[in-house]
Design a protein around this ligand. Sequence first.
Ligand SMILES: [Zn+2]
Length: 278
Amino acid sequence: MLQQTSPESSGLQFTVPTKSAVDQLAARLEPQSRITVVSDAGVSAASGIPTLRGPGGLWRTHRPEQLATPEAFRRDPTLVWEWYDWRRQQVVACEPNAAHDVLAAWSRRYGGFTVITQNVDGLHERAGTRDVIRFHGSIWELGCWDGCADAPRRWRDNITPFPKLPPPCPYCGGLTRPGVVWFGEPIDDDVISRSLEATDCDLFLTVGTSALVHPAAGLLQEAKARGAFTVEVNLESTPASDLVDLTCTDRPNGSSSTSRVLDAATGASSLRTDSDRL
Ligand SMILES: [Zn+2]
């Protein structure tokens, strides 16, 4: 089930030439394929969203681990909301990138297509992707901190920046909280069960993540156990590369692009489908 995988479990690795790896991925992209993609910070980074764990993760003098917890919110809700308000303003200024666009196109092209994203920025939805499972919630959703009876569990609020921090609950006038999953909080049962359901697929891709991090590792192993062909699409191979059936990396001229791999696979798949028709 959903378990953290230890990097020590890595075994032998062998490198597949990039062109051939992309072709192998393309060969699995059939119109009737059930495809599940797990996306992580690497996908949003190309839109200019700073990764919280990278050098840009620091806000003022606080680390995300010091702000994204129920304890931090209880201690200083205004400070935590200032951080989320700042992040919402950053996301508004960014656009979905080519990787988001390719996945959005796939969601229209393949019937059984699901994206499970660990990103909370909503860029997959803005790109037009259908069936997005938001593993860690969304910064565009709010909830009542006290869980008042009149409020839904989460509701959408696009106001950026907020006129008043912390934003008040429109139902009881108390505090709202960001609709994200904080450190130390459980993932919603519904999200877990939908994600596990989505591991029952033909093709399982991790994109922009090392695939070693929870929940990607657990979902990957579940998908493998259910017979899916597993693929890692990343800027470079990672310690998880030996866990998957195929690693697609792309580094022409020293630069790299996740979207280029996805684009190339889509193109190769279209060509193959066209030639099959001749
Ligand atoms: Zn309320």
